[in-house]
Design a protein around this ligand. Structure first.
Ligand SMILES: [Zn+2]
Length: 246
């Protein structure tokens, strides 16, 4: 077994493929939709979709051309997420924290950036190789029960484990450019995170627990305005002036 593990550690073959993760994400998303009430408030759905559509249109072609599913969950949870394969979930609780379309665009841009930067895949493969090498070895040897376990674990990790700090910073930076390119004011991202931190002090904000806050988050975002603001201005001049209302 030691030999197997070291062989596994030494090869660069990912245990988990993007395709597998997308398939599992699909199942996970369906389960969540079954277990959690979905908002049928037409105005709220229109508002969230208006913002998500504008962000999606700015993504690299392989993501922009995919069919995304956007679901608003009727739940006080302060939470939102995006999953590989093209799923976006927004809980109505986060609408009390994201005060306007630009702040919600910051949330969605950040979440979608986790998908386009393959963060869930990185996380799942790292977890699988380091902590579950035994299961991984079984998969490398051709599947069986280990495969099912690992797939299940991957799905679990896809939603519930926090991203790393480096991934958070990357999603902040990439997401900021997505929102700017879509014509949302990137300066609002800083206010969003300030609101989020305040909320975390008074009520459980699930979003904060899966999104460890780099201490320098707001300062880092401000540092990126020099790149984001010209992109925002260019987008506005090109006619991208989203007007999404709750
Ligand atoms: Zn994040």
């Amino acid at each position: 077994m030691v030999l197997l593990l070291s062989a596994l550690g030494g090869c660069s073959l990912p245990i988990y493929s993007e395709a597998k993760l997308e398939k599992e994400s699909e199942l996970q998303f369906d389960q969540l939709r079954t277990a959690t009430p979905v908002s049928n408030d037409v105005l709220v759905n229109r508002y969230v979709n208006c913002i998500a559509d504008a962000i999606i249109a700015t993504l690299p072609a392989s993501y922009a051309n995919r069919e995304w599913e956007v679901v608003v969950f009727d739940s006080p949870q302060v939470n939102a997420f995006a999953m590989p394969g093209g799923h976006i979930g927004v809980f109505t609780g986060i609408l009390n924290v994201a005060e306007n379309q630009d702040q919600l665009a910051a949330v969605i841009g950040h979440e979608v950036a986790h998908v386009t930067e393959h963060h869930a895949l990185e996380r799942v493969n790292r977890e699988a190789t380091t902590q579950l090498g035994v299961v991984g070895a079984s998969v490398a040897l051709g599947g069986g029960q280990g495969t099912a376990d690992l797939l299940q674990m991957g799905a679990m990790l896809g939603l519930s484990l926090p991203y790393g700090r480096k991934q958070e910073s990357e999603a902040d930076a990439v997401g900021l450019m997505y929102m700017a390119d879509a014509g949302f004011d990137p300066r609002q991202s800083v206010q969003l995170w300030t609101n989020m931190e305040k909320t975390g002090n008074s009520q459980p904000a699930q979003f904060m627990s899966t999104h460890p806050s780099p201490d320098s988050r707001q300062l880092d975002l401000i540092g990126l305005w020099v790149e984001a603001l010209p992109r925002y201005n260019a987008a506005r001049e090109a006619g991208k002036q989203p007007n999404c209302r709750p």
